[in-house]
Design a protein around this ligand. Structure first.
Ligand SMILES: NC(=O)c1ccc[n+]([C@@H]2O[C@H](COP(=O)([O-])OP(=O)(O)OC[C@H]3O[C@@H](n4cnc5c(N)ncnc54)[C@H](OP(=O)(O)O)[C@@H]3O)[C@@H](O)[C@H]2O)c1
Length: 325
């Protein structure tokens, strides 16, 4: 197949381009070029903020167009300018309106679509993705809309999944500081499992909307696996919420954080998506231990500063605060 991949220079897009290439397809990526595309894949450099950005790839019909975009204007212009019988749109679990309830399925209510072509900020993320979904569904032809949960594995610039295996491998004491609530539901999909299924969906012209993530477990189980892949003797030590707040530790990701933990009760059931429809359509997910191992290997090879979790100094400071209580 001749596949046009809008993206391809970062995490999931790059893995998808590689998966498509490995399955024998001709792959062309279009992006600004802020990273490399895989060997054997052609990159067309263009900025989709510009109205005619797709001109260089609009002179022919593609067997499938796979789009990683989040800005509604990017997707609206792709639908306007690109000829293809099938589109694959990567969306997100953030489209759902309610996460104070578990097991959102594809028919569950979503937030209203963003009317604007561009997000004002990340608070518009879910609404922007709903708008992207609506644009591809209205394009004519068939469309696979894939609402991904948390993605992990090699190439994850956020470093949020790799932090705990890396920290267990490099403890600053006899324990590793972990989030307050180990019962929080968690689900992770390996980047290569998702990439493979996106390509399969393109090959089959699969029509529909699908949640795609790994099995739901508890954060404590994920931490046990992280400790195991790191072959560590350190024990997990939860930091109570009042210490987290007093020491300025953030949830979810980024600097000075205890990653993967969400402190907002309205988001508690985020990782409990119903993925039965995607699994019926062939989505296969590898054991989380393997994804954690791959994330650890990448953290061990890291040459750039780690932008996620606690630094050694921060972990020691928070542990001292805990010990003083
Ligand atoms: N990571 C997760 O856990 C997670 C969870 C759920 C859903 N998702 C979704 O999964 C997808 C992840 O995609 P990703 O990892 O490949 O990368 P990404 O960081 O979302 O970037 C998307 C791609 O679009 C390109 N791009 C961005 N702005 C552009 C512009 N103005 N013009 C042309 N190209 C532009 C980027 O390349 P350049 O910078 O080179 O232009 C990049 O290749 C996204 O749709 C995301 O919303 C992610």
């Amino acid at each position: 197949m001749q596949i046009l991949l809008l993206g391809g220079t970062r995490f999931l897009g790059r893995a998808t381009a590689a998966a498509a290439r490995d399955r024998g397809h001709d792959v062309v990526c279009l992006a600004r070029g802020n990273g490399p595309v895989p060997d054997g894949v052609r990159l067309v450099v263009a900025d989709r903020d510009v109205d005619d950005a797709l001109a260089a790839v609009a002179d022919r019909s593609w067997d499938a167009v796979v789009d990683m975009a989040t800005q509604p204007g990017h997707v609206r212009r792709a639908v306007r300018d690109l000829r293809t019988p099938h589109r694959v749109q990567v969306s997100t679990a953030n489209v759902y309106a309610r996460y104070d309830l578990p097991e959102q399925a594809e028919g569950s209510a979503t937030v209203p679509a963003l009317e604007a072509d561009a997000m004002a900020g990340m608070e518009d993320y879910g609404a922007a993705k709903v708008a992207c979904e609506e644009a591809v569904r209205a394009a004519g032809g068939t469309a696979t809309v894939v609402r991904a949960g948390l993605i992990g594995g090699p190439g994850d610039g956020s470093g949020r999944l790799g932090y705990y295996p890396w920290r267990f491998a490099h403890p600053t004491g006899t324990d590793v500081l972990v989030p307050p609530d180990l019962s929080m539901p968690m689900a992770v999909i390996d980047v290569d499992d998702l990439a493979t299924w996106l390509v399969e969906a393109a090959e089959r012209g699969l029509d529909g909307t699908f949640n795609a993530t790994g099995p739901t477990i508890q954060l404590g189980d994920l931490l046990d696996l992280a400790r195991r892949v790191a072959d560590s003797d350190a024990v997990a030590r939860p930091v109570p919420e009042d210490v987290v707040a007093a020491e300025g530790v953030n949830p979810w990701m980024g600097p000075t954080s205890l990653p993967l933990w969400v402190d907002d009760p309205a988001m508690r059931w985020f990782a409990t998506l119903d993925t039965s429809a995607a699994r019926r359509e062939g989505l296969r997910t590898r054991p989380l231990e393997e994804t954690l191992s791959r994330a650890l290997a990448e953290e061990e090879a890291r040459t750039t500063p780690r932008g996620c979790g606690l630094t050694d100094e921060e972990e020691i400071r928070v542990r001292e605060a805990l010990d003083r209580r």
